[in-house]
Write a protein that binds this ligand. Structure first.
Ligand code: PLP
Length: 394
């Protein structure tokens, strides 16, 4: 007899995406011509810099770029990310052994975990978190150990406690500015965590997807700025948010040679690299588009301000995030008991605003919803007015 869906070994471990419930409601409302303000998914709405698109078109016209590319990425692109790290963070990397191109950060995370984690390996990460941080470990048959992160210092304390009392982790998976909680850290936090991990022989993966999205002058540090970090750590950088290139699927894994080699090995079996014209155009993004990155960040900051002041005015007290493209808002008291998914459904139904329920980011995300700054200021104003109206009536 053929296996049913439930019988597939790995699929059994992956629950359906919680976010699909809200997505379905949104699709149904839109089918009824309802105007939904969609602040659910962190999918950038802005255009990729024009120069990058122009280069893509030019490169796509050249038949030499239609062949299989290299799974670790073309050398010029790896050179360019190394230059950016030198210029922005003062970090020296070897383009050949300490940098690899990936199919976005998600590919890097999933396949790096697949390559380096095995049965029984403990991988510690804060929770709530971007779902692949937890499920990438589960798919690799490791043990996902989730620590709460009301703030970065508490997370660090809990980690220290774990080393004293629990099974020592093989790996720590962190990400700052953090999705969904928006927690930001300074270089001292990275110094502490690198020291701790190095002392216990633990690897670190730092997902730096929001590297360039810091507000009010905050610039997120790279973990590779810490002396000796390369001995134990890799950083994952992505073009998705920094250059509005989410659909292009380009990212990097940088730093520790052993982990890069492991990822390169597994990718050599799995893929032939990103479409070469996309890699060539990505060189232009990294080389010529720093100003575009600043503009993208400024746009998110303005949207943040509109959302935060609008919600506070609506009687929903929220704090202003320092980085990422999200607002992590506590579910209002009155709706807490029903849970974040129920509240997200109510917001959709009564205010025509789509948000992500906190529970979708793991058990410790309950009690919150996440707003993404992916509609323009006017639409965000429309959303907060509708929320204000709904909260008043309720
Ligand atoms: C923390 C985090 N890591 C990685 C990603 C995915 O990045 P990419 O588009 O490069 O796969 C996201 C996307 O929202 C994210 O929030």
């Amino acid at each position: 007899m053929l296996a049913t869906k439930q019988d597939f070994y790995r699929i059994q471990k992956l629950p359906p995406y919680v976010f699909s419930v809200i997505n379905e409601m949104k699709a149904k409302a839109r089918a009824r011509q309802m105007d939904v303000v969609d602040l659910g998914m962190g999918n950038p709405d802005g255009a990729t810099p024009r120069r990058v698109v122009t280069k893509l078109i030019e490169a796509a016209r050249n038949p030499r770029n239609h062949r299989y590319s290299q799974s670790k990425g073309i050398p010029h692109l790896r050179d360019e990310i190394v230059k950016r790290y030198r210029a922005n963070y003062g970090v020296e990397l070897d383009a050949d052994s300490e940098a690899i191109v990936t199919i976005g950060a998600k590919d890097a995370l999933a396949h790096l975990l697949f390559a380096t984690v095995g049965p029984g390996d403990v991988v510690v990460s804060p929770n709530p978190a971007y779902p692949i941080h937890q499920y990438g470990v589960i798919m690799s048959e490791g043990e996902a150990c989730m620590l709460p992160m009301p703030d970065s210092a508490t997370f660090l304390n809990r980690l220290e406690h774990l080393y004293k009392t629990g099974k020592p982790p093989r790996m720590i998976l962190i990400s700052f500015p953090h999705n969904p909680t928006t927690t930001c850290v300074d270089l001292d936090f990275f110094r502490d965590i690198v020291r701790l991990a190095a002392h216990h022989g633990t690897y670190i993966i730092h997902d730096f997807a929001y590297a360039d999205i810091g507000f009010d002058g905050y610039q997120a540090p790279s973990i590779l700025q810490v002396d000796g970090a390369k001995e134990i750590a890799v950083e994952i950088f992505s073009l998705s948010k920094s250059y509005n290139m989410a659909g292009w699927r380009v990212g990097f894994c940088l730093g520790n040679q052993e982990m890069i080699a492991a990822l390169a090995r597994i990718k050599s079996y799995l893929d032939y690299g990103v479409f070469q014209p996309v890699q060539i155009a990505s060189i232009i993004a990294l080389r010529e588009c720093e100003e575009d990155t600043k503009k993208i960040c400024a746009t998110y900051q303005r949207r943040r301000d509109v959302l935060v002041s609008g919600l506070n005015r609506a009687g929903w007290p929220v704090e202003s995030p320092r980085g990422s493209m999200f607002l992590w808002a506590p579910v209002p008291e009155k709706y807490l008991e029903g849970g974040s998914l129920e509240f997200a459904k109510i917001l959709m139904d009564k205010a025509l605003v789509a948000v992500s329920p906190g529970i979708g980011f793991g058990p410790l995300g309950e009690g919150y919803v996440r707003f993404a700054f992916v509609e323009n200021e006017q639409r965000i104003r429309q959303a907060t007015r509708a929320i204000q109206h709904f909260l008043k009536q309720a």
